[in-house]
Ligand binder design. Structure first.
Ligand code: C5P
Length: 402
């Protein structure tokens, strides 16, 4: 299916080594039926020639703001109006900083200010540059203003580093571009998502927690918002950018998370992806607990059970369509089926956290969804973003069938 049939995409190409992937991206966008016009920054032309991108897009490439010939063919304001989507790939740290500041000193940045179309950025840079507080603040600001971030992915980089900052592959970017136009499977639905770990204080310095990066919950929030849902994301402490059009509530402990979820009710769909601590210390010391210098004795903490957030919400009279996760290291499907029944769920998503390639901090996941009839649907290993979109589509279909 050509998911971008007759869609008009302005592809902005920034100056980074990932610009070579933009050539492939033009082909993938056109394969999906899109019309593509390319705008390059001056730095981009150091990495790839306009001629290459002209040949692939089938149209002259726009380079300069003050080029009379280009302005005569299609002025920059006309181009801004022509676009159904502006996709910037690669979006360098410098380009993101200029966009965050509203600087309009070249054709691409001017066009972004002038357009009413959605703008999506595919960041590509060295991992330390991506992690830098300035870049993170710019990314957060751009998302708050309604721009979409596609990626970045993590992995090995052209400079030899390993980490987040790789531009997504052309195929994935073309899919994401198509998702921007997808008719909302969840339009009008309120979706509540829990994500990340909880932290249970022992004293003002120490706490007990679970492994969880929050990536799966955040990817689900992004996918549900893309599907048109009104999303509330209740998150434990994580280092992730809030997806656009998602209302985020930050919490620390399991009890905070339950209170925030109850405050966000009613909703039509609940997806509990948080790794909630099952126990908390019975007493939280008000001062830092000191070691006894004269003794090697250990410490005994008495722990009490935390509330089960998912089970609590799934038992309410106004219970939402409830989806839980079962992260297990053994007997995955048995334990998952038991949880589905015990917590009164509609669906449970089983994932095998003993496998390091799809575990807690990885970029990928593979899941099996089990329904009340104990029917299983498996989704093979792929990026958490893709799995999230598949899962949201599955949940939407089952919710509407209900
Ligand atoms: O019982 P277990 O922790 O394995 O169940 C996992 C599922 O239950 C997940 O969906 C998790 O978000 C949810 N859960 C919860 N509150 C708890 C414990 C788990 O919402 N206290």
């Amino acid at each position: 299916m050509q998911r971008l049939q007759r869609k008009r995409i302005v592809l902005g190409v920034g100056g980074g080594i990932a610009a070579y992937k933009s050539a492939e991206l033009i082909r993938r966008l056109r394969d999906q039926g899109a019309e593509v016009r390319v705008v390059m920054t001056r730095a981009a032309r150091e990495f790839i020639t306009p001629l290459t991108l002209q040949a692939l897009s089938g149209h002259p490439v726009f380079n300069d703001l003050l080029d009379p010939a280009a302005e005569a063919a299609m002025g920059h304001i006309e181009l801004a109006k022509w676009a159904d989507l502006v996709l910037i790939a690669p979006a360098t740290a410098d380009l993101m900083a200029r966009l965050a500041q509203g600087i309009a000193d070249d054709l691409l940045t001017t066009l972004v200010l002038a357009t009413d179309a959605p703008v999506a950025l595919a960041p590509a840079m060295n991992q330390a540059m991506w992690r830098d507080a300035a870049t993170q603040a710019n990314a957060e600001l751009l998302v708050q203003r309604g721009m979409r971030l596609f990626g970045p992915a993590a992995g090995s980089q052209a400079c030899g580093d390993v980490g987040p900052g790789r531009m997504l592959e052309a195929d994935e970017l073309a899919q994401r571009a198509a998702d921007c136009f997808a008719r909302g499977l969840l339009t009008g639905c309120r979706v509540l998502i829990t994500a990340g770990p909880t932290q249970e204080a022992i004293d003002p310095v120490r706490y007990i927690t679970n492994h969880s990066s929050g990536k799966m919950g955040f990817a689900l929030a992004e996918a549900a918002a893309e599907a048109g849902a009104q999303v509330t994301l209740v998150s434990g402490p994580v280092h992730l950018v809030t997806p656009q059009r998602v209302e985020r509530v930050n919490v620390v402990s399991a009890r905070d998370m339950l209170a925030a979820c109850e405050a966000a009710m009613p909703c039509e769909i609940l997806i509990a992806a948080a790794a909630v601590a099952d126990y908390r210390p019975e007493v939280i010391a008000s001062q830092k607990m000191k070691k006894d210098p004269g003794s090697d004795d250990g410490l005994t903490l008495r722990m009490v059970r935390n509330p089960d957030i998912l089970a609590t919400l799934a038992q309410r009279a106004d219970r939402p369509f409830s989806v839980g996760f079962a992260a297990e290291t053994e007997n995955l499907l048995d334990y998952a089926a038991r949880k589905l029944r015990d917590k009164n769920l509609d669906l449970i998503v089983a994932n095998d956290v003993a496998n390091p390639s799809i575990g807690f901090n990885s970029e990928e996941n593979a899941i099996t969804i089990i329904d009340r009839q104990l029917q299983q649907n498996s989704f093979p290993q792929t990026s958490k973003g893709k799995i999230a979109r598949q899962l949201v589509a599955f949940i939407a279909e089952r919710y509407h069938r209900n």
